[in-house]
Design a protein around this ligand. Structure first.
Ligand SMILES: [Zn+2]
Length: 462
């Protein structure tokens, strides 16, 4: 398998540290708010990477951190008028809910920064002992100049940063490129005791500790969004290299930006969406399809029309399965299905995770699964293969329920339409019309459930 390594800026043949085992770390959320749709892209990419290695027969140890102490968490606790513990607890819970809604497989380990505080302090202390870090006024900084290879991952030169530095920059730093390892706390902020007084760690040290604790000094792949290359990953790498003299990871993988209607997503432009908001509008598999239909390194433009197209594409895949399989399909037959397109799928994925090409293979399988000119056994085999490979990309998570639902698409759309008319009546406080629609639907066996977000419907079993 070839993987584009940000460090070497080229595709490299992947060689695991241990045969048959993948040690993967991807940066997780800072739990100060709901995560946005750009974070969701990164989570889906590394979820698929993990699923693909498992498909290849690897044992995958996937570690993703939860950063539960950070300036933004403290700010949010002031904004919401609750403790920083409560902010972290609230958004950690929301993070788990949204990941489940996105259909992400839970990582093997999800450590929290506050659970490894003694190890973080020990790491910073070691850097001070080695002369790679210095204390100034209760803060601790990493001295970037002590590491000749600093900047190798991001391609940033120390001199450039010197030239670009503003005059009013932190006067305690010896060099503008020096970065914070430990931060002295202000009154009222959460504190931990350290050799440099009361304070809290910087984000860059947390990830070094949490990755190495579960994966060792050097692991296979370190991943994250391209916005993390600098300074976050560069600074993680600097600390690890200063201590062990070895690389932190052998491969660095970064997914591209997500723009909204051609512009960078930002709160001030009001084009900022949380994953939760988007999941309320579209099915998770449509969002997944939307991400995976482009190469993970390419920037992606979040555009509602394209997501709607993605939704239709996923429905086409399901429709192909429905044309030949029923809900009592056998998992054994899926596991044992074989087809020449499987190697085409693997070839696409082996080429630096070309999911767009892999999806094209799924459509070839879908086409032959619904081809009535073919023998039923052949159609079934293609359908099984489609499920097997689709699952590698994280599709078909609710397959049995979908196949059990025999409501044809047009009927579904008509019911949705009638329910929408009823919502309009309710909005206009036309209770008579609203009740009549509900009762008429009930007579047809369609039950409505109203909530603050709107109405959902189910067909009563007869
Ligand atoms: Zn990180």
């Amino acid at each position: 398998m070839k993987i584009y390594n940000t460090m070497s800026r080229q595709k490299e043949e992947f060689q695991p540290l241990e045969p048959g085992r993948l040690k993967l770390y991807a940066c997780g959320p800072t739990v100060y708010n709901y995560f946005h749709i750009g974070n969701a892209r990164a989570f889906v990419v590394f979820d698929v990477l993990r699923r693909y290695f498992e498909h290849l027969g690897y044992e995958v140890i996937y570690v993703q951190n939860i950063t539960d102490i950070d300036d933004r968490i403290i700010q949010q606790s002031i904004d919401e008028g609750i403790s920083f513990h409560d902010v972290a607890a609230k958004y950690t819970k929301a993070y788990f809910e949204d990941c489940a809604a996105l259909g992400l497989k839970a990582p093997s380990v999800q450590p929290k920064a506050t659970d490894v505080m003694p190890e973080i302090i020990a790491l910073i202390d070691k850097l001070v002992q080695l002369g790679n870090a210095y204390e100034a006024g209760g803060d601790v900084y990493f001295a970037a100049q002590t590491l000749p290879q600093y900047g190798a991952l991001s391609g940033k030169k120390l001199d450039d940063q010197l030239a670009g530095a503003r005059v009013e920059e932190n006067a305690q730093k010896r060099h503008p490129a020096d970065f914070t390892l430990w931060k002295k706390s202000k009154p009222g902020e959460p504190v931990w005791q350290s050799p440099w007084g009361e304070g809290r760690p910087g984000w860059h040290s947390e990830c070094v500790v949490m990755s190495q604790k579960y994966l060792g000094e050097t692991f296979d792949i370190h991943g994250g969004g391209v916005d993390l290359v600098f300074p976050h990953h560069e600074n993680e790498l600097a600390q690890a290299t200063a201590i062990t003299g070895k690389p932190l990871a052998n491969y660095w993988m970064h997914n591209g930006f997500l723009n909204i209607d051609g512009e960078k997503m930002s709160k001030s432009l009001k084009n900022f969406f949380t994953a939760r908001e988007i999941l309320a509008e579209y099915p998770a598999e449509a969002i997944r399809f939307f991400f995976l239909s482009k190469h993970y390194r390419s920037p992606i433009d979040f555009n509602r029309e394209v997501i709607e197209e993605s939704d239709r594409a996923v429905k086409t895949l399901y429709a192909s399965l429905k044309s030949i399989l029923s809900a009592d399909f056998s998992e054994d037959e899926i596991a044992s299905s074989a087809n020449c397109l499987s190697s085409e799928f693997d070839a696409a994925m082996n080429d630096d995770l070309n999911t767009a090409k892999a999806i094209a293979v799924l459509f070839e399988l879908a086409k032959s699964a619904r081809n009535e000119k073919l023998h039923d056994e052949l159609r079934k085999n293609n359908a099984y293969m489609l499920i097997k490979l689709g699952r590698v990309l994280g599709f078909f998570q609710n397959l049995r329920a979908e196949l059990a639902d025999r409501t044809p698409d047009l009927s579904r759309q008509l019911i949705d339409l009638i329910v929408a008319y009823r919502m309009d009546a309710r909005a206009a406080k036309d209770w008579a019309a609203s009740d009549r629609i509900r009762d008429d639907l009930a007579r047809l066996g369609i039950e409505l459930k109203d909530s603050r977000e709107g109405s959902t419907w189910t067909i009563k079993e007869k």
